[in-house]
Design a protein around this ligand. Structure first.
Ligand SMILES: NC(=O)c1ccc[n+]([C@@H]2O[C@H](COP(=O)([O-])OP(=O)(O)OC[C@H]3O[C@@H](n4cnc5c(N)ncnc54)[C@H](O)[C@@H]3O)[C@@H](O)[C@H]2O)c1
Length: 384
């Protein structure tokens, strides 16, 4: 069994996502397990070169994780024909320019979402990728979470009957940064000029979650809010939060399914997980979090009676059955990386390309427009 090398130029690995999910939990983990197994028994070993503005910082990271190569010179890295893939998890604002440069240098590309903060730029880079015939992918990590994979299993088994509606609750309290509690998210998330805003961040995710699990998104109505207009940044300085920190959205899906998803960095959690999806179908309902999923079949559905004169006697939380973990669920980012590497090397099927990424940007853009214009908007089909 042979092992082949795959040279990957990794940009943005000093950031939260780049470091934790892509470098440590994905590429370093894949290297430790001996590479990605192909269908013929061969393996692919990623050989990354870490790229960042600060040469010393990326060199230190490389050393820490047993990686031989790092640089602060992206242009030089792109000139190396032995590194055939470019990956980007740095700032959203620069993404399409970097992808364009890499594609023009003949590289395959893989990147974080959103692929841009503007649909026209997202489509232009998807078009370029198609014209140049390179392989491309975008992170759609939520689909690889155990909780959502369980929803997919319920779908495939016909558990729901006809799906009627989906209610998603995403969010948690992000500290303002004052009274001794530093914020848990970088301050750029709250500045428009830096690609911030929860609509741009989360509607990209909801697009692929809804399209893939419940039905293609046909229309959107979205109300955003900036509940907390001033926050404290990483350096202890007050700044103006000029983008939405909560979004209250409703979607019409193919097949008549209604989806409502609240996304908020300004809510305190009293639910099983930081995101939950409650799905009601004619034959059964399910509630999935990141990891767990609970079901209630029509034959197990209790008969509550509305009586405001008596305290509730039914324990609704106890009336659901948890789905078992019948398989081992690896880190979702890693699973997606492995899928992309198989797509690169043995042409394995791959759906999550830049056009799918553009669809996320499209929904975010329409969500913002719906909010600004206070109206429902249809979601046109995208093509490149
Ligand atoms: N898939 C997900 O669930 C998910 C979650 C969070 C963030 N993201 C996306 O990942 C990307 C990074 O987000 P993050 O939370 O890791 O942010 P972060 O602020 O932690 O990291 C940003 C990275 O970009 C680099 N960078 C910033 N400005 C730069 C510049 N001018 N030139 C070169 N490099 C620059 C930083 O050095 C750092 O490596 C964003 O596009 C974000 O939307 C995705």
């Amino acid at each position: 069994m042979a092992t082949q090398r795959l040279g990957i130029i990794m940009n943005g690995v000093t950031g939260r996502m780049g470091l934790n999910q892509h470098l440590v939990r994905s590429i370093v983990a894949i290297r430790k397990q001996g590479g990605v197994l192909l269908s013929n028994g061969d393996r692919v070993m990623p050989d990354p070169i870490l790229v960042g503005r600060n040469a010393e910082r990326v060199a230190a990271l490389a050393k820490q994780y047993g990686i031989e190569r790092s640089t602060s010179d992206l242009d030089a890295a792109l000139k190396n024909p032995d590194d055939t893939v470019f990956f980007d998890a740095a700032t959203t604002q620069m993404r399409t320019d970097l992808l364009t440069k890499a594609i023009n240098a003949g590289k395959h590309v893989y990147c974080e979402k959103p692929i841009s903060d503007q649909l026209d730029k997202a489509l232009a880079v998807a078009k370029l990728a198609k014209e140049k015939g390179i392989k491309h992918g975008v992170v759609q990590d939520k689909l690889f979470l155990p909780g959502l994979r369980k929803i997919q299993l319920l779908n495939e088994s016909g558990f729901f009957g006809k799906i009627l509606s989906v209610r998603g609750e995403f969010g948690y309290w992000v500290f303002e940064g004052d009274w001794g509690q530093p914020a848990q998210r970088p301050s750029w998330n709250y500045r428009k000029a830096d690609g911030g805003g929860i609509i741009l961040d989360m509607l990209c995710h909801w697009r692929y979650v809804l399209d893939n699990l419940f039905g293609n998104v046909k229309a959107v109505s979205c109300l955003g809010a900036t509940h907390i207009p001033s926050r404290i940044d990483e350096n202890g300085k007050a700044y103006k939060a000029d983008v939405d920190d909560a979004a209250y959205a409703t979607f019409e899906l193919e097949g008549g399914v209604i989806a409502q998803i609240n996304s908020s960095w300004v809510t305190r959690v009293k639910r099983d997980d930081l995101v939950t999806f409650h799905d009601d179908g004619t034959h059964g309902s399910a509630v999935a979090g990141l990891t767990r999923c609970y079901t209630q079949h029509r034959v197990n559905t209790p008969r509550p009676v509305w009586n405001p004169d008596e305290p509730q006697t039914m324990k609704f939380q106890d009336q659901w059955e948890e789905m078992p973990d019948n398989t081992v669920y690896d880190n979702g980012f890693k699973v997606q990386w492995e899928g992309f590497i198989r797509h690169l090397v043995e042409d394995a099927p791959w759906k999550f390309d830049l056009l799918e990424g553009a669809k996320g940007v499209q929904l975010a853009e329409l969500g913002l427009k719906s909010w600004a214009e206070r109206r429902w908007l249809d979601v046109p089909e995208l093509k490149v």
